[in-house]
Design a binder for this molecule. Sequence first.
Ligand SMILES: Cc1cc2nc3c(=O)[nH]c(=O)nc-3n(C[C@H](O)[C@H](O)[C@H](O)COP(=O)(O)OP(=O)(O)OC[C@H]3O[C@@H](n4cnc5c(N)ncnc54)[C@H](O)[C@@H]3O)c2cc1C
Length: 733
Amino acid sequence: MGMSVLIEAEAFEDLGGWVLDQQFMDLMGSPFLLAHGMGVPVEDATTHVHFQSGGRRRVWVRTRDWVAPWKATGAPGRFQLLINGKPLRTTFGTEGIKWHWQDGGFVEVDGKTSVVLHDLTGFEGRCDAIVFSADLGWKPPEDMAELESFRQSSLGIPAEPVDAGEFDLVIVGGGVAGTSAAVTAARLGLRVALIQDRPVLGGNSSSEVRVWPQGNLNHPPFPRVGDVVMELVPKRQANSANGQAAVVFDDDRKMRIVKAEPNISLFMEYRMNGVSTASGLIQSVTCQNVRSAHRVSIRGRWFLDSTGDGCVGYLGGADFEQTERGHMGASNLWNIKCLCDDEDPLSSELQAATQNATFPRCPWAVDLSDKPFPGRTKGPQAPTAGATPITLGNWFWENGFDRDPIHDMERVRDMNFRAMYGAWDAIKNVENRYPAHRLNWVAYIAGKRESRRLMGDLVLTGEDLRSGKEYPDGSVPCTWGIDTHHPNEQYSKGHEGNEFIASATQGEGFTYKQPYWLPYRCLYSRNLGNLFMAGRDISVSHEALGAVRVMKTTGAMGEIVGMAAAVCKAESCNPREVYTDHLQKLQEVMRVGVGRIHRQTLKPTGTTELMGDTAAARGKMVRYETTHKSLGYWRSKDDYVEWELEVTKPGLYEVRALVACMEGDHGGNYEIRIGQNSSVLGGKIQSTGSWTVYKEQPAGTVTLQPGLQRISVHNRKEVGPLMKLRSLRLVAK
Ligand SMILES: Cc1cc2nc3c(=O)[nH]c(=O)nc-3n(C[C@H](O)[C@H](O)[C@H](O)COP(=O)(O)OP(=O)(O)OC[C@H]3O[C@@H](n4cnc5c(N)ncnc54)[C@H](O)[C@@H]3O)c2cc1C
């Protein structure tokens, strides 16, 4: 061992077109590089090694044949290793179900040596690490514990992680839930550590997974719950939907808002993989940088598990439940694009094709040449009614219903790849459809729906939702149906045990009166005294998870946890005591909220501006405008425009709004919510058939006190016309 050199693939100087995959590192020992080329070999990854002495070395590469679990024909993940520009004779990625060291034979090295990973297929080849051993008869360890100590000694990783300080709230998992919690707690004055194992925030709603956040927020009696979430999630646009272009998911927005909070210390690309506890409390978590393997220990008074998988709770010994069989699966969304450079990535035959995009046959993928799947419109089977390109790669491409959602996850992700490549192979090479299209984007980060659920003082059930059972600590508004998934029988035949298309429960028996207020007691662990939960790993049954798991809802959980942590700090108590002793205090914070919606984009034009109105001339008018022409547009009940205004004089104000709705729509109602106690005023517009004709309307009057007030304008209908707000005036009466 002392005569060997270990190179971690993820630490290469230049990753080329290979991507870093950290998803399974707790299971197989390390992040690795993936040749995710969608059938086109990716650019080489390159690094250099300095050997102290030249001579003969034996080379080992840690890899696997990723389709071996299905005994599939061929090995799609093939790649080569080039040493000083010359390929080794072995082709890697060709054998073994499990991760293992594949023998690369012998090579002569001398001084500075270049090492290159050269992908041969573009079909998901994977490399964890490379070893050069001067002891030609020695093999690196396969046993996970021995491998870990080999890694640590080879890379010079200290036995003890570096102390990264102590925080009030340590948040693990930077999805919508964790990020909302971080912003909320930071604004309430807590020192926060936010740990995320990817380079972007947002989890499933990031550009890496591309799930559009759903759920309705801002409901009375706590209309301010949801403000932070609405700041963080991307703004709705015409193409806001699952699997759309990266820009739709606006990763920058989340990062910008988090970075604006001086109380947040961000640990990006750190994977939490160790928890230390004492006397039923978490003391610290250990996190590993997914590129450099640098390890830090982060201490805290309270911890939040927003990992989705309940990673913190699991490692700390929290009670949890997991549905072993018949749970929801994971998806890797994907989309296609025409080479004709059409704006719409899903455009198809309408666009004249000038070029053909070929795609290789995939004998190792799921053979769908004579089987139905969503999106198939031609071929030997009867076409699927209503199929369009958008049915390719959407949410229902899901598998893993009966597999362990943690331990079998690499296999589940890879099965999604096999189904997707099989479908595209059938479309391109059997149906000969979409000749000018190529695979445009495929998520390699799996979008997960269900795994561990950490148990709190209360476990919410589907029956609670259906019966509308009220709890005194109701704190998170739930508005999504009881939507659980199972294999879709229409597409299951011939794929038993490997079903990859889901259908969802909906309709009678799966609805409830909305909003349903999820109790705070689902948001902390019943046996780890200082652990909160937010996201899909909270204390609910499998069925209730179907309703609470959408991301504006999980974000609101994060807000409540951020607020509860502030109460914990103020009262020097733990999460349970917030319920038993300080619930009123939590509810006070929930009433006020901590959002700062639109603060940057709106600027007052002053109180003295003349509007051709005598009130203004007397200086009583207050008018606010955005820096943009329109204040924003929105369509459904959960979208709205909102901003703050400074009321300088108390009194009665008339609110006047200029709202337009889009051509083709038939007019609609809107409501204006105003003031800390949310007075609701009404308004009605009739469509004039165009965006361009407006008529200012009085919406009602409201008494306002001096200070910062919030105004928001909402649709009244669940899904109404596309609305646009041009201006809003307050005229002192
Ligand atoms: C295909 C699909 C479609 C869906 N459809 C919708 C929909 O239309 N609308 C909707 O709102 N919801 C939808 N959902 C559900 C929703 O996306 C999930 O429930 C989501 O996981 C909830 O958000 P979260 O913040 O709890 O978790 P996540 O978004 O999963 O965030 C958790 C984050 O923690 C990080 N993490 C995990 N472990 C660690 C660790 N050990 N150390 C550091 N970081 C870690 C992860 O990388 C991730 O970024 C869908 C889910 C899927 C998969």
